[in-house]
Ligand binder design. Sequence first.
Ligand SMILES: NC(=O)C1=CN([C@@H]2O[C@H](COP(=O)(O)OP(=O)(O)OC[C@H]3O[C@@H](n4cnc5c(N)ncnc54)[C@H](OP(=O)(O)O)[C@@H]3O)[C@@H](O)[C@H]2O)C=CC1
Ligand SMILES: O=C(O)C1=N[C@H](C(=O)O)C[C@H](O)C1
Length: 233
Amino acid sequence: MKIALLGYGRMGKIIERVAIERGHSISIKADSKTTSLNFSDTDVAIDFSLPSTAVSNIKASIDAKVPVISGTTGWLESYEDIVSYCNEKKGAFLYASNFSLGVNIFFEVNRVLAKLIGNYSDYKLNIEEIHHTKKLDAPSGTAISLAEDIIQNSKFTNWAMDKTNADTVKIEAKRIVDVPGTHIVNYDSEVDSIEIKHTAHNREGFALGAVIAAEWIANKKGVFNMKDVLNIG
Ligand SMILES: NC(=O)C1=CN([C@@H]2O[C@H](COP(=O)(O)OP(=O)(O)OC[C@H]3O[C@@H](n4cnc5c(N)ncnc54)[C@H](OP(=O)(O)O)[C@@H]3O)[C@@H](O)[C@H]2O)C=CC1
Ligand SMILES: O=C(O)C1=N[C@H](C(=O)O)C[C@H](O)C1
């Protein structure tokens, strides 16, 4: 496949290597200096750019009838608009806050735990995410996915980063040099604690998952997520 990389930073460069190792070629390497996108020689686009550029890149791909994989986080206020846009234009779009197999298994464990424990008022809930200091958005997209899954499967009704009440999932964001991505879900009561944790050791798993998603979405139409790709849960 010919893959357009919309964003050629930390992730874009690793995705390039993984894609070439899997027999693909790169048709576009877009960065902040790119002024226009020509998709004439592209089969699929992968966007790992900035919160401020993700929406226009996704729309440009859909307009060009190129299926688009979206890994950029921090733009989710426009997610429903993109879903409508993609459906109207009969395009193909897949967003994941985290493409790694490990985190997608972690999401499943988180949902089960929320169903089991999330209705007991004895436990206070805290999500902690730790990332490198260059990260632009907070909380991480992955932490938001974890919180939203807990809200769908328990008594919790909302998430917030600051003051919480009993129905709020509290998310704490920490920034430490070079950390690729760590997420912890902690339930704490007077008598015990239950904690699940995912630690990314590097960015390889995110890149591999994005390329697998790009291979999967070729020739499909619709709006998808990583559960569709991995067939888990
Ligand atoms: N879903 C997932 O599994 C993961 C998601 N992410 C997310 O991916 C995004 C990118 O992360 P990362 O690679 O670390 O960030 P970087 O800052 O390293 O890369 C961002 C890239 O986007 C480029 N860019 C700027 N403007 C545009 C534009 N208009 N069109 C295309 N590209 C543009 C930048 O250009 P320049 O180099 O010129 O500045 C840079 O190359 C973040 O939102 C991050 O949260 C990260 C890891 C995993
Ligand atoms: O910015 C990052 O680096 C990462 N962003 C994603 C997120 O916001 O959840 C995924 C991963 O944790 C790395």
